[in-house]
Write a protein that binds this ligand. Sequence first.
Ligand SMILES: [Zn+2]
Length: 261
Amino acid sequence: MFVNHCHVMPPGAYDAENPALGTVEALREIMDELGIDRAVAFAPLPRYVRDPHQANQWLWEQVRDADRLEGFMALSPIAPQSLPIMREFAEKGLRGIKTHPPVYRARIDDEAAFPFYELAAQLNLPVLFHTGVHGWLLEEYRPILIDRIAHEFPQLKIIVEHMGGWEFFGEALAVIRNNKNCYAGLTSTLDKDWAWYIPQELLQHVVSLVGSERVIFGTDYPFRQCDGIRHDIEAARSICNGPAEAENVLGKTLVALIGCD
Ligand SMILES: [Zn+2]
């Protein structure tokens, strides 16, 4: 198994009372426990490490010699300093970018973000968008806005993470069906008691409609811990039609997307 969407951060950054939570070491323990071979780790968001260069540098130091971890940067699409950071860490070997429009207060189709998308496409870095209700003005980050980005930058690979949650599921699915360069991210959609839950018949429909080669499982560690992730892996298998599809969703699609072996 090769899973996406693990947030890692320096000890104490996630929870000062329990400094091990959210660390790379604690992630490795969960991977061992659940039989996860490899994972994509995200650089800390500004809430955990304020300076974006420092956050991405820290992540790179964690993953550069780790054969079971690949790294994604965390960047704002509208901050001018994101461009040199993206170049630097693409060259150093990070494999993609996580961006979070409501956290960065960045409207998805703001033209100020176009140089960011263009550079990511040039450098062959997939961009993962958080989609789904998360404060700020919904109008600025509803998933349908990704359609324009996918059209303007056909070489850019895009992960529509959380599939918009239940509230925006239809928009997220429309964007993915409409654009071959878009992928469905299942992170945090598989548990009824969780923020972006989507009824499982709808997710089953995604897998059969767009194909398991465009569907990607992620953990949302450390927001999800061992038991939650175990539950989600089983739920991901259960929305697939047989083991070959499950293998795609639980690893092969991600390997093909980021081009690592
Ligand atoms: Zn996340």
